[in-house]
Design a binder for this molecule. Structure first.
Ligand code: UDP
Length: 430
């Protein structure tokens, strides 16, 4: 049996830097996933190098080798490679810089004197990087999509120029690489129906930090945040993006039977940058809040860092995830780990994480009346809220810890490495 101890693997996430601050423009679930999976795999014995692109001039080279590192633990580091100018570039405009990324990656391997035997790529841009690398050296490629073009482009009016390229790459990836990881049974089904009936898929969910979330009492969290003990607090956490459906939540609050009561509070957490797409969406949501006369009960917190975020989840009566679509949706399980029930859209991975009537409730996406009814059912009954919260916590402990995600990935990697015929097996880097 192939042993994983101290073998080097590369997690590649060109557009999602695992070491960057989370919670604003294009930095969300993918970044968290790569970072947490990287940490957990390192704890399980792998030498993990996480590769991303350099996106700001401050990310200067930190070593004599000329590469920009962030060392997270002895076995886990982020390496930032040059791919285009060192500035933020939106995902839809990154494809042309990928050949430079590949060249840098090859030079890095050469300088270090080893080749990675296994790479785990994230998002379609990195899947292309992986497939190109595989043409040049023997390696095993595992991929997580994080989002499928085939679904995304169904729900937006403005399909970008890169769309056809993305769809072709996503199809080639599923059909040719060693294994694709689906993070929910729903994502797996969509891959089969919308991407290809060929290729290997293994379902391994995302995880959450059950030590970080779930250790704070509601009363203590409210005291810290200055929220009244009798407040009815409804929480949203996430990026400002139309597909997140924040508008549905705001309109649901306007229809809530608690509307007009002094203790109703809507807290919208997440960062934005003026003039960028998330800043534009934030302004749009703020204008709907004003139009509906909800300013007095609505707070925009800005980006919530990892220290304060657990307090918000713990303080809330209910966390709402009103996305039009989610392949997984980390926010739902973070709230659940914090013993806070979730009202979510009845779509994608949210149908897998949220068990209706047991850990929260599901409502049709974009249906503000159904969301209002679901939120009210929880706000009106604190005893049921606590019961749902307790079951939610139990579900995350059983099904969604990063430790168990890394354990299952380790089993997958180990199996793929040992299945490779000895004469074609990549040279193992130690
Ligand atoms: N997040 C955060 N601070 C914020 C807003 C979001 O740390 O102010 C984190 C959140 O805790 C979660 C991630 O961003 O871990 C969002 O992941 P999710 O899968 O819910 O959505 P995505 O960003 O992938 O669409």
């Amino acid at each position: 049996m192939f042993q994983n101890k101290k073998h080097r693997i590369a997690l590649i996430s060109v557009d999602g830097d695992p070491a960057v601050e989370i919670g604003q423009e294009e930095a969300g679930g993918q970044n968290v996933y790569v970072r947490q999976v990287g940490y957990a795999l390192a704890q399980q014995g792998w030498q993990v190098d996480m590769f991303t692109r350099r996106s700001s001039p401050e990310q200067a080279a930190m070593s004599t080798t000329g590469y920009a590192y962030a060392q997270h633990s002895p076995n886990c580091r982020t390496i930032r490679l040059k791919a285009g100018p060192a500035e933020f570039i939106g995902r839809d405009n990154l494809f042309d810089y990928l050949p430079e990324f590949i060249e840098e990656f090859q030079q890095f391997q050469q300088q270090q004197g080893f080749h990675y035997s296994l790479i785990h790529t994230n998002y379609w841009l990195s899947s292309w990087v992986g497939m190109e690398l595989k043409k040049q050296q023997p390696l095993i490629q595992v991929h997580t999509y994080h989002s499928l073009g085939a679904i995304k482009y169904r729900s937006i009016g403005d399909v970008p120029v890169i769309a056809a390229q993305r769809l072709a790459v996503e199809k080639a990836c599923l059909e040719t690489i060693d294994c694709v990881v689906a993070t929910s049974p729903q994502e797996q089904k969509h891959m089969r129906i919308l991407v290809s009936s060929n290729g290997k898929i293994e379902m391994i969910p995302c995880g959450t930090d059950t030590d970080k979330f779930g250790q704070i009492q509601r009363s203590a969290a409210r005291e810290k945040l200055g929220i009244a003990p009798d407040a009815k607090m409804v929480l949203y956490v996430g990026r400002f993006d139309r597909r997140k459906g924040i508008e549905t939540l705001v309109r649901a609050i306007a229809k809530s039977s608690f509307r007009g009561e002094a203790n109703l509070q809507l807290v919208i957490g997440g960062g934005s940058r003026p003039g960028q797409s998330d800043g534009i969406e934030r302004d749009r949501i703020a204008s709907i809040v004003t139009e509906l006369g909800l300013e007095n009960c609505t707070t925009f917190t800005g980006r919530l860092d990892e220290i304060v975020l657990p307090f918000y989840y713990a303080a809330a009566d209910v966390c709402v995830v009103p996305s039009h679509y989610e392949p997984f949706g980390l926010v739902a399980i973070e709230a659940m780990a914090s013993q806070t029930p979730v009202v979510a859209s009845d779509v994608g991975g949210l149908q897998f994480t949220v068990v209706p009537e047991v850990t929260g409730l599901l409502a049709p996406p974009k249906d503000e009346v159904a969301f209002a009814a679901a939120i009210d059912r929880i706000l009106i009954n604190p005893a049921w809220r606590d019961q749902l919260g307790e079951a939610a916590r139990q579900r995350t402990e059983i099904a969604f810890s990063w430790y168990s995600v890394a354990f299952r990935l380790t089993q997958l990697y180990t199996r793929l490495l040992s299945e490779t015929a000895p004469n074609t097996r990549p040279r193992i880097a130690v």
